[in-house]
Design a protein around this ligand. Structure first.
Ligand SMILES: [Zn+2]
Length: 226
């Protein structure tokens, strides 16, 4: 027992050291507000999903006892469960002590999602930006927020507005801009079969929507202003 406790303490110290030593000014000047974002857990019944996948394969004419297909229903169930489960993360915000008042933009955030009409993937990139108010958010968290809503049964329009609304509500910035560009396999592989076509959606809020200069700057930085 004592050995174990010692190890635990050492592990804790290791964990803390990089923060206090590497960024003393950050700790001293910026008030941190950590917020754990835990996606609401949708009730998931994997055995039922596996049975349903087996039924679907049978209904499509597949012989599910055939070599190579025995484990497919389980794999399908697990694959969809993974695609629909976003990771929890810490959305730590910091006081904007330097009064940074220009755009913060992370471009080309890769994502994938599931089209709710066909259960087929759509994937692409999101450009997420905001005009800071009193608080700023760690840059990597913008990608986490995209994943939070992308790992769901989605339509691209709603994904775009959900990311914008989340930032607006959590960060109270002076403006938010989200542009999503995606290829939908339900369009490229079936239906109209237009591979290479990209669907672009945007959600602009606050000064990024209303202030012409900021709007233009945001659209230019995202490559949307041509
Ligand atoms: Zn679709």
């Amino acid at each position: 027992m004592p050995v174990r406790r010692k190890n635990d303490r050492r592990a804790d110290t290791k964990h803390l050291e990089p923060m206090t030593h590497a960024a003393p000014q950050l700790i001293a000047t910026r008030e941190q507000t950590p917020v754990r974002v835990v996606p609401p857990a949708a009730p998931m019944d994997l055995p039922a999903a596996e049975r349903a996948a087996r039924d679907l394969l049978s209904a499509l004419g597949a012989d599910v006892s055939r070599a190579g297909l025995e484990d497919t229903p389980r794999r399908v169930a697990e694959a969809y469960a993974e695609l629909l489960t976003p990771a929890a993360f810490n959305a730590t915000t910091f006081a904007n002590d330097e009064a940074y008042d220009e755009l913060v933009l992370v471009r080309d955030i890769p994502f994938h999602s599931l089209c709710m009409h066909h259960l087929l993937p759509f994937q692409g990139v999101a450009h997420v930006g905001y005009l800071p108010g009193e608080r700023i958010l760690g840059l990597s968290k913008l990608g986490r927020v995209v994943d939070l809503f992308a790992r769901d049964l989605q339509v691209q329009e709603r994904l775009t507005t959900q990311v914008a609304t989340w930032l607006e509500q959590r960060l109270a910035p002076r403006g938010v801009g989200v542009v999503v560009e995606a290829d939908h396999t339900c369009m490229s592989l079936r239906g109209v079969q237009k591979p290479g076509s990209r669907t672009v959606t945007s959600a602009l809020r606050g000064a990024i929507r209303d202030d012409p200069r900021t709007r233009q700057e945001f659209l230019a930085l995202t490559g949307m202003a041509r």
